[in-house]
Design a binder for this molecule. Structure first.
Ligand code: PMP
Length: 361
């Protein structure tokens, strides 16, 4: 291979310095994979059948995923153009950032939050501005509001927050949105919305139907509650003027016919799938209670994952999980995110966590 120094292609310096997106570790056959907030249930037979029956793979899909958008528009009581579908909600977020940010414009978000936020901002040539979470791992919305400058184009609110777990309440969100200038896009990332059991939590669909904040776009996904992470399909709901801008930046034809059919079949089976979601949420609450009993200071968990603030011991504790056949997601120096997975994994999680807390200095 030619020496890298002899390839004179000019890569943008911020891209050359950017590590590629890192996903949670894959697990071997023996281990439980609790590192990527996936759904542990196998797909429903009806969903598998819909994928099999989808348009033959030698044909391109419908570029605007009209059937799925129509179905979602009916479900949420909005117009067809108020819905946009993408190859995962993360790709829609990338489109929104690209559509609104020129070099030097700012994207404000809480930190720690979803790893992709700073990465998407940098790729778009924008400046990533992160605002530390509060002591109890929640969004500090007044501080986020104060971080907005005349270069801010996008503010991202993640509820429930990945990886720490708490939600933003409806009341907090409404008060915050009123402080955000009308020309700043608020992205409300609700990838884990279906797992939320706190009635005070913000609900993006309610925000939109009340038409209180026209600069809000809500992001949701079929990857988590609906168990279609491998097929890559998510959606946004918001004003068509904003979504048209996202549509203009879309890489054409990236939502496959298989993904569209699987999403439609999942909506047909929504009740059954939400039953599974309820089982995961109950499991989550049991794990949180067990971890707290063991002495961990676990923040409120409203997604399909829990957060262990292990601080400087993070890598050592993650190794203990690994040794116990549990692949978790460590964030060095900060904490560990553990996905709520198979029922059989929960006792193991609690046993390793209880032993690890005793070993903490
Ligand atoms: N938002 C958040 C907060 C997430 O945690 C994730 C996935 N980890 C996504 C968005 C992206 O999900 P997808 O692209 O699979 O829809």
């Amino acid at each position: 291979m030619t020496d890298a120094a002899d390839i004179p292609i000019r890569v943008r310096p911020e891209i050359a310095a950017l590590p590629p997106y890192k996903q949670g570790r894959q697990a071997g056959d023996e281990a439980f994979k609790l590192s990527s907030n996936e759904n542990p249930f196998d797909p429903l037979p009806g969903v598998v059948e819909a994928i099999r029956a989808a348009t033959s793979v030698n044909r391109y899909p419908d570029a605007s995923a009209t059937r799925l958008r129509t179905r979602l528009a009916e479900r949420y009581g909005v117009a067809l153009d108020d819905v946009h579908v993408g190859a995962g909600s993360v790709s829609i977020l990338a489109q929104l950032v690209q559509a609104t940010c020129a070099p030097g414009d700012e994207v404000v978000y809480a930190w720690r939050s979803f790893e992709a936020y700073p990465w998407l901002a940098v790729v778009a040539g924008a400046t990533a501005v992160h605002v530390p979470l509060t002591e109890d791992s929640r969004h500090d919305l007044p501080a986020m509001s104060a971080a907005i400058t005349d270069r801010t184009r996008v503010v991202i609110v993640c509820s429930p927050n990945n990886p720490t777990g708490p939600v933003v309440t409806q009341e907090e969100f409404d008060a915050f949105a009123l402080t955000v200038p009308d020309d700043v896009l608020i992205v409300l990332d609700e990838a884990y919305a279906e797992f939320v059991t706190d009635p005070a939590a913000v609900d993006g669909t309610r925000v939109l139907s009340a038409a209180r904040h026209p600069n809000v776009v809500v992001l949701r996904t079929f990857s988590k509650a609906f168990g279609l992470a491998g097929l890559r399909v998510g959606y946004a709901i918001g004003h068509p003027r904003i979504l048209d801008a996202a549509r203009s930046t879309t890489i054409p034809l990236s939502v496959t016919a298989q993904a569209e059919e699987a999403a439609l079949a999942s909506l047909d089976a929504e009740e059954e799938l939400l039953e599974r979601v309820r089982a995961i949420a109950e499991r989550r609450d049991r794990v949180v209670a067990g971890l707290r009993d063991a002495g961990w200071r676990v923040p409120d968990a409203q997604g399909n994952f829990v957060w262990l603030p292990a601080h400087d011991e993070t890598l050592a504790v993650a190794q203990a999980f690994d040794d116990g056949g549990l692949i978790v997601r460590p964030f060095a120096g900060d904490g560990i995110r553990i996905t709520i997975g198979e029922e059989e994994s929960t006792e193991k999680v609690l046993a390793v966590a209880a032993a690890a807390v005793r070993d903490l200095p």
